[in-house]
Design a binder for this molecule. Structure first.
Ligand SMILES: Nc1ncnc2c1ncn2[C@@H]1O[C@H](COP(=O)(O)OP(=O)(O)OP(=O)(O)O)[C@@H](O)[C@H]1O
Ligand SMILES: [Mg+2]
Length: 494
């Protein structure tokens, strides 16, 4: 990147032109709001004659939004240009979150950057424009529009379109890949309007496929499925399907559904949009929000069975048992959601993953489970012996080749886990209680035995009869012996 100081004079004139044209655009937007059209035309005609020497220049405007959708090119340009910051820039926008190691840099309003690519000189300007959605109440419902203008010689039009801009896009992709910034979007109400917009924080969830305690075979299948999905751009095009994949994660609380979502996001380096259905009031706000999500992202709807009372297709709310009497524009319907999942709206993006979670798959509306909606159903089950090995390795540093140091405990845990219904979250909590691996494993054995007793008692209770007394007695003897052993060890410690 050449700096301003080292540029030969034609480029200074070029920069001056670009900067004046950016100012003109700023002035134009202000003018458009307050000056009558006839006066505007007069002013523009004077300006045009002033700049007639620069008629061989071309300007491309890159707006942040393309209609209702995010313009990826704007974001790529923003990412690329922060690597081109030079001492001549007067105003930068800096931000830093507590977990960031470096500053996030963006260009300030009306700033300019000159770039040179394969002998083609271009000038970037950044500017913003506040547009009032409600002219009778200035300041209320104001929406900020952000633009880049890209100015270059008309003769370089083909170079810019076919070589320079693809280069910018690729560079931005490389930068994002290196920075590994994954964003977690939730939505917030705009301060001056009732419109809800996405707001993000950096997703720094430590969960990965390595740390997930689940059956290794299932884990591998999920990773293979994700890899296949990413490779299949052409396939989706060929068969005429939108390039999206739906996953339904179901299982009891604490079995790792949210952890798996974070692991998928970290694996694919996709942003996550966390959609809270209970805050959506009607289908049009759902549509607006969904259209503002970017490609290569994961849309998450947690606890789909209880996050919202979804009225059925004909407005009948199965939960209240009545027809919903709200006006259609005030309704958020199952139809609206289904339309997005596999209707026309869903094809407005590429490389989209949609994940639903539920603790009660059996309570889900059958329409949601119909083939083609959620492509993969993943049962997040109670902890398995394979899953425990992952927890032991993560929490206690006991790896497979160390198991012979704790042979009886590991064997006992394996047997107990097969019988007891415990979640990875519960066992993880046990493993956090002490740093001593031996004591910790004893704690897990004890915990699993307790859970086993609870299970035997519950089964008897549920079936309305006696529980299996001999088995219960055996389980209780087992647990007493562990507690006694611990008491003796405690006494010895003192
Ligand atoms: N399979 C797992 N592997 C590793 N850790 C897990 C797993 N499941 C749960 N945990 C631990 O338990 C905590 C809670 O798990 P998580 O929030 O992923 O469960 P969940 O299935 O989403 O629960 P809920 O249904 O209540 O939302 C996690 O932060 C993690 O420490
Ligand atoms: Mg969860």
């Amino acid at each position: 990147m050449e700096s301003f100081a080292s540029l030969p004079s034609p480029s200074s004139a070029f920069a001056a032109y670009a900067s004046i044209s950016a100012s003109v655009m700023l002035v134009k937007t202000a003018f458009n709001q307050i000056i009558p059209y006839k006066v505007q035309d007069y002013v523009y005609s004077i300006m045009n004659s002033f700049f007639k020497n620069y008629k061989n220049k071309m300007t491309i405007l890159i707006e942040e939004k393309d209609g209702m959708m995010i313009n990826d090119l704007f974001q790529d340009a923003e990412t690329y240009l922060c690597t081109k910051i030079n001492p001549n820039i007067g105003c930068l926008k800096l931000s830093k979150c507590s977990k960031d190691s470096t500053f996030n840099i963006k260009l300030g309003r009306a700033e300019q950057i000159i770039d040179n690519h394969d002998g083609v000189m271009v000038v970037w300007n950044f500017f913003t424009d506040k547009k009032s959605e409600n002219p009778s109440r200035p300041g209320y419902n104001d929406v900020e529009k952000r633009y880049f203008s890209l100015v270059f010689d008309k003769k370089h039009k083909d170079d810019v379109l076919s070589s320079y801009l693809p280069f910018v896009v690729q560079k931005a992709k490389d930068i994002m890949e290196k920075r590994r910034v994954i964003k977690l979007y939730t939505y917030a109400t705009h301060p001056y309007s009732h419109d809800r917009l996405w707001d993000f924080v950096k997703l720094q969830h430590p969960s990965t496929f390595d740390t997930l305690a689940m059956d290794p075979g299932l884990k591998q299948k999920i990773m293979d499925d994700l890899d296949r999905f990413l490779r299949r751009r052409e396939f989706y095009r060929k068969v005429g399907k939108a390039w999206k994949r739906g996953y339904l994660l179901y299982g009891p609380p604490g079995t790792g559904k949210s952890s798996l979502i974070a692991a998928i996001a970290n694996y694919l380096k996709f942003d996550v949009y966390d959609l809270e259905l209970s805050c959506i009031h009607n289908d049009s706000s759902l549509r607006r929000l969904l259209l503002r999500t970017s490609n290569r992202s994961i849309l998450v709807i947690e606890d789909i069975d209880c996050s919202v009372k979804l009225p059925g297709r004909c407005g009948f709310d199965p939960i209240i048992g009545q027809v919903d009497t709200k006006k259609p524009e005030q309704q958020f319907t199952l139809c609206g959601l289904l339309n997005f999942i596999d209707g026309l709206w869903s094809s407005c993006g590429d490389e989209r993953i949609i994940i639903f979670t539920t603790n009660h798959k059996e309570k889900l509306e059958p329409a949601l489970l119909r083939p083609g909606r959620m492509d993969v159903h993943i049962n997040m089950s109670y902890l398995t012996p394979g899953g425990f090995k992952v927890l032991a390795s993560n929490y206690l540093d006991i790896h497979e080749h160390d198991h012979h140091h704790h042979p009886s405990q590991m064997k006992e845990i394996e047997e107990l886990i097969k019988k007891a219904e415990v979640t990875p979250a519960e066992v993880a909590e046990e493993l956090m209680k002490t740093d001593d691996a031996h004591v910790s494993l004893d704690g897990v054995v004890n915990f699993l035995k307790r859970k086993n007793i609870e299970k035997i008692e519950n089964v008897g209770f549920k079936e309305g009869g006696e529980c299996d007394l001999p088995e219960l007695k055996k389980a209780k003897i087992d647990i007493n012996s562990v507690e006694m052993k611990s008491d003796v060890e405690d006494a010895l410690d003192q």
